[in-house]
Ligand binder design. Sequence first.
Ligand code: SAM
Length: 255
Amino acid sequence: MTYVAPVTSSASEQQRRQHAASFGAAAQEYRRGRPSYPRQAVDWLVPASATTVADLGAGTGKFTELLVAAGFDVIAVEPSEAMREQLTEVVPAAAVHDGTAENIPLADASVDAIVMAQAWHWVDPALGIPEIARVLRPGGTLGLIWNIRDSDEPWVAELDEILHHHSRQDLDTAPSLAAPFAHVERAEFRWVHTMGRQSLFDMIASRSYVIVLPDAERADLLRNVAELLDSHPDLADHDEIKLPYVTRCTRAVRA
Ligand SMILES: C[S@@+](CC[C@H](N)C(=O)[O-])C[C@H]1O[C@@H](n2cnc3c(N)ncnc32)[C@H](O)[C@@H]1O
């Protein structure tokens, strides 16, 4: 299985920032096409004893809504205005703030847990680690989570090949975390996301590396995906697409 992310490892800092800031341009596609996360992952990442939980890089609220459903008081922090607009509609129960992991608009030692879903790779750890540690209460938990398409499934491997033709990066989904974080643990959850054909296109269109492609190249990529859907025996003439995921989690305690 390969783990992929939206930026090439050789990308310049300027490119990384361009990709990190790109999501707002496809906020509706993101909301429609991106998968949620398995409930076991929420239970594993956030201690049941937590009361206030901050979701950094909350996007359109895919993980935020699971935190609210689990009964936590949730504060969502998200830098993109267009993503925050979707988030407010999707999860009205969450408090929503403009901010980043490097500049969190919350008081010192004010939350019991912090999560970042599919977003830690956009953070500068040298700035993000001390800032997250500032906002977490001592003994609080940092949880990181990524949904990774399971390319052990042959048609998913073919899809990834099409996507990687345009851009790829090996993503570190088991990052080391510097002090004051300790007791780092990992877990994986396998599950299947069932979606319609249009949702698959929305999922692809909401990848940062697809958002920033020139129009002609994006059209080319989507045409190649359509050809795969029309021709692959596991996909052609199927109303529903079953996309297997491995959800990879890291949790650590603020010492
Ligand atoms: C792939 S999306 C994940 C959204 C959501 N957490 C989810 O699971 O669907 C990444 C999000 O991180 C945000 N982001 C980019 N750079 C960030 C940073 N430095 N700190 C916090 N969030 C950031 C983007 O605006 C985007 O909404």
